[in-house]
Design a protein around this ligand. Structure first.
Ligand code: NAD
Length: 329
């Protein structure tokens, strides 16, 4: 098949080419898929997209007119695709539901530890030959209550790691997992209680209408003073303005963000020569108790290999007209 691969990054190209071999004719494009760039898909049977590409109704209508039959996402999350509309148009969409939950979970815990033990500040101090320890006091993870929102593939790995640290684990999910309760002593509760009782809150639910801005002013004021909040799921799970207010009032003691509501066009790119126009991220960058990474949690060698392999397998089964286990219905 001829496949236009939108929004390809240097870090993934060799993995895609290796997994594909001679199978498909891949056109690796740096461009995001948008209503203005969709014409680039002209003449292709399928397209591949990533988290920042826009496959909303208008774009899908154009793709259909251009003869595109399949969309394969190189991500697990698919909030950027209007699935119902794709289905109506007969465009089949598949994703990579699991490539390495360990990559995201391990990064999440790394951010927790880094914020807690102030590792970024430590590094900068040492580089300036300041060997003082004042202002670097952290806390033992052991015995702390961690609230995990979403105990799916990633959340459950976070549970296992933090269980090893001796944390008390509170969870909120629309589906309870009895195995996790039995093996790790998880306590499922409602989101308000989780917010009220946790020392650390980490988000691993998908972005849906129900989870949009689930962390907002109302919930932040219920949180413990000095709470640590980590978001490595999707930016819009938190109301960024409310989080900034929480940080300014010192109610939120630490914030780790790997994803950002307005990350489109900002994350994954080098803007070092530009003027920063986004005032919210500028404010977030000014807090010394905020750790920001640009959607990096998934980025391991294992994950990239698995993403590329599953993407090519998805193309194979869609082309053959077979049932595809990763198709989003
Ligand atoms: P998953 O589908 O295995 O798990 C999601 C869990 O959230 C499920 O247990 C589900 O029941 C629960 N959930 C759904 N709606 C909920 C709600 N309204 N309230 C509470 N819980 C709810 O997904 P996963 O593989 O664990 O990934 C979780 C999210 O992580 C993805 O949706 C994606 O947005 C994000 N992600 C981020 C990165 C990154 O690099 N930062 C990489 C991969 C995935």
């Amino acid at each position: 098949m001829k496949v236009a691969v939108f929004d390809t990054h240097k870090f993934e190209k060799e993995y895609l080419l290796e997994a594909n071999g001679e199978k498909n004719e891949l056109k690796l494009l740096d461009t995001y898929l948008t209503v203005d760039t969709v014409e680039l898909a002209n003449g292709y049977d399928a397209i591949s997209i990533f988290t920042e590409d826009d496959a909303s109704e208008k774009v899908l209508d154009k793709l259909k007119k251009l003869g595109v039959k399949f969309i394969v996402l190189r991500s697990a999350g698919f909030n950027n695709v209007d699935i119902a509309h794709a289905k109506k148009l007969g465009i089949r969409v598949a994703r990579v539901p699991e490539y390495s939950p360990y990559a995201v979970a391990e990064f999440t815990v790394a951010v927790m530890l880094s914020l807690n033990r102030k590792l970024t500040r430590t590094h900068y101090r040492i580089m300036e030959m300041n060997y003082s320890l004042d202002g670097l006091v952290g806390f033992d993870m052991h015995g702390k209550t961690v609230g995990i929102v979403g105990t799916g593939k990633i959340g459950r790995v976070v549970v296992k790691i933090l269980h090893g640290f001796g944390c008390r684990l509170l969870t909120y999910d629309v589906v309870e997992d009895p195995e996790l309760i039995e093996q790790y002593g998880l306590i499922y509760t409602d989101l308000d209680t989780l917010c009220h009782q946790s020392d650390i809150i980490t988000l691993h639910a998908p972005l849906t209408a129900q989870t949009h801005h689930m962390i907002n002013e109302r919930r932040i004021v219920r949180m413990k003073n000095g709470v640590m909040l980590i978001n490595a799921s999707r930016g819009a799970l938190v109301n960024t303005k409310d989080v900034i207010d929480g940080l300014k009032s010192k109610h939120i003691g630490y914030f780790g963000m790997d994803v950002y509501e307005e990350e489109k066009g900002l994350f994954f790119e080098d803007h070092s020569e530009d003027i920063l126009e986004d005032d919210q991220i500028a404010r977030l960058m000014a807090f010394n108790n905020v750790f920001i990474s640009s959607h990096q949690a998934f980025l391991t060698d294992t994950a990239l290999k698995n993403i590329a392999k599953t993407t090519i397998e998805n193309l194979d089964c869609l082309e053959k007209g077979e049932a595809c286990e990763n198709e989003i219905k």
